[in-house]
Design a protein around this ligand. Structure first.
Ligand SMILES: Cc1cc2nc3c(=O)[nH]c(=O)nc-3n(C[C@H](O)[C@H](O)[C@H](O)COP(=O)(O)OP(=O)(O)OC[C@H]3O[C@@H](n4cnc5c(N)ncnc54)[C@H](O)[C@@H]3O)c2cc1C
Length: 466
């Protein structure tokens, strides 16, 4: 196959003033959707991304989490004191900077989803992403990816809970070796898998460095949007905040991530939000158990193995260097995570300055908090067990008293309630949301694979004329 060469100039330049569909955000969902919708050459698709282009190999290295203040590929949101809330930006969005853990949700996590989301439909869409040799390069982490802690973790749990066959794609209640989306330890981003190949199509235009400020409305109809160029040349041209461009379109599809989409809606259509000025999302809340390890180890993928409990908790065995990315976490050089997946705690999203969003977490109620602390105590016992003798320094284990976030906020505009089964926003014509905002349930695993699966299914359904 002859592939048209694609370079940085393909994603910069003039913004068309009209398109059939404008997609906002080239992240996990937006890249998948842009591919699906531009397969029909008669539909013009414009994809606008605020970040600055293709993350290089240093950013995509799975052994690091490039989310520090100096990273050019994150948006830092307004977090509670002592905590950090970031999201990816640039082509690939959060898929370019995340942990590279690509587990499906459990089959029964889809029980409450609206009509159109039967398990067979879900399975087909997942398989298109995570089959061996598929576009996202999804494979179980291998023995080389496990450090001493992960090996001890698997030894400990394999005698106590069921163990999933590593070749199975559906997770189980028990020990789950994580499936990772990477090739030679470089994250396979949604943009590399879906956008780069589609860029050769003349009906798809991608523009980076463009922040969508607001949606333009005529009554209850979304007719277009206003975007601002964020490139240095634009800033020099105006001497201030960039150049505004209005784009008219038949449909706006927000794929800006739960926080980015909330920011745009808060700025432009307060009636979707309601009088409170706050959108409420779910968040997988996590307790960290820290310890000092006996000896240093090479950097490895950050989350190679987990246990899923029957009460909806994920016990995460992070690899050695996770702690340096987490503001104010427990003392010790390494952490295990205890995360409430099914009892997601509320996160309140409201406006903040400069395109970011203010995120505040409610205290968990007792029924959600108690199992987290009880499981953290089990993890302390695990770390003190014989299996960890060669890993953990004696008397170094401590439980972080703060319940933190997993950087997963989701479900602020759930399908079947505030959006229809294809993300169409209830009460507004010409506006769709396809990203983490529309997940209608929490799920026992991380959201990445499921958000991409959802975008894939919606893209295919829309392309088929639904
Ligand atoms: C540090 C971190 C680690 C994580 N690790 C994992 C993991 O290992 N496994 C897992 O399952 N989940 C993980 N997650 C969660 C998962 O990556 C996200 O839930 C998922 O990628 C979100 O996909 P999305 O399409 O909703 O949004 P995103 O992928 O975040 O894409 C949104 C895109 O929209 C752009 N955008 C936002 N606002 C605007 C605007 N106004 N104008 C133009 N563009 C805009 C953003 O720049 C971004 O590129 C992690 C998240 C983070 C932040």
């Amino acid at each position: 196959m002859v592939r048209t060469p694609v370079d940085e100039t393909s994603v910069t330049g003039e913004i068309p003033r009209r398109a059939d569909v404008v997609i906002v955000g080239a992240g996990s969902a937006g890249s998948v959707l842009a591919d699906a919708l531009s397969r029909d050459g008669t539909r013009s698709v414009l994809l606008l991304e605020q970040g600055s282009g293709w993350p290089d190999a240093a950013v995509r290295d799975l052994r690091t989490l490039p989310i520090g203040a100096s990273s050019g590929f994150v948006t830092v949101h307004d977090a509670p004191p002592g905590q950090t809330v970031v999201r990816g930006r640039g082509l690939g969005g959060s898929s370019a900077i995340n942990g590279g853990y690509f587990l499906r949700w459990h089959r029964d996590d889809f029980a409450g989803w609206p009509t159109g989301w039967g398990v067979d439909d879900v399975e087909t869409a997942y398989r298109e992403l995570d089959e061996s040799g598929g576009p996202m390069s999804v494979y179980p982490f291998g023995e080389d990816d496990l450090g001493p802690a992960a090996r001890a973790f698997e030894r400990f749990w394999s005698t106590r809970v069921p163990v999933r066959e590593v070749t199975d794609r559906w997770p189980i209640i028990g020990l789950n070796r994580v499936l990772g989306n990477n090739a030679h330890r470089l994250r396979t981003t949604s943009a590399e898998a879906f956008l780069r190949p589609a860029l050769a199509r003349s009906n798809l235009v991608v523009r980076t460095g463009i922040q969508v400020r607001e949606i333009l409305m005529a009554g209850q109809w979304a007719t277009g949007l206003r975007a601002t160029g964020l490139r240095a040349t634009d800033l020099r041209a105006t001497g201030s905040g960039g150049v505004d461009t209005d784009v008219a379109c038949g449909e706006v599809i927000l794929c800006a991530g739960t926080l980015g989409t909330a920011g745009i809606l808060l700025r432009s259509i307060p009636e979707v939000i309601g009088t409170s000025g706050v959108l409420v999302a779910g968040e997988h809340r996590e307790v960290l158990v820290g310890y000092r390890r006996r000896s240093a180890d090479d950097p490895r993928p950050l989350l190679p193995t987990v246990v899923h409990t029957d009460d909806g908790i994920e016990i995460r065995c992070y690899s050695d260097d996770f702690q340096r990315y987490v503001t104010g976490s427990a003392g010790g050089s390494q952490v295990m995570g205890v995360c409430g997946m099914l009892h997601a705690g509320p996160a309140r999203l409201s406006s903040a300055s400069g395109g970011s969003v203010r995120v505040r977490f409610d205290d968990l109620d007792e029924s959600a908090a108690a199992p987290l602390w009880a499981t953290a105590s089990d993890v302390v016992d695990m770390l003190a067990s014989a299996e960890f003798d060669e890993v953990v320094e004696p008397d170094s284990i401590s439980v972080d008293p703060v319940i933190r976030s997993s950087q997963h906020a989701f479900g602020s505009l759930p399908m079947g309630v505030r959006t229809d089964w294809l993300g169409g926003v209830v009460g507004v014509r010409g506006l769709r949301v396809v990203d983490g905002s529309i997940l209608p349930s929490p799920g026992r695993s991380g959201p990445h694979a499921t958000i991409m699966m959802m975008a894939r299914r919606i893209g295919v359904a829309l392309a088929a004329g639904h």
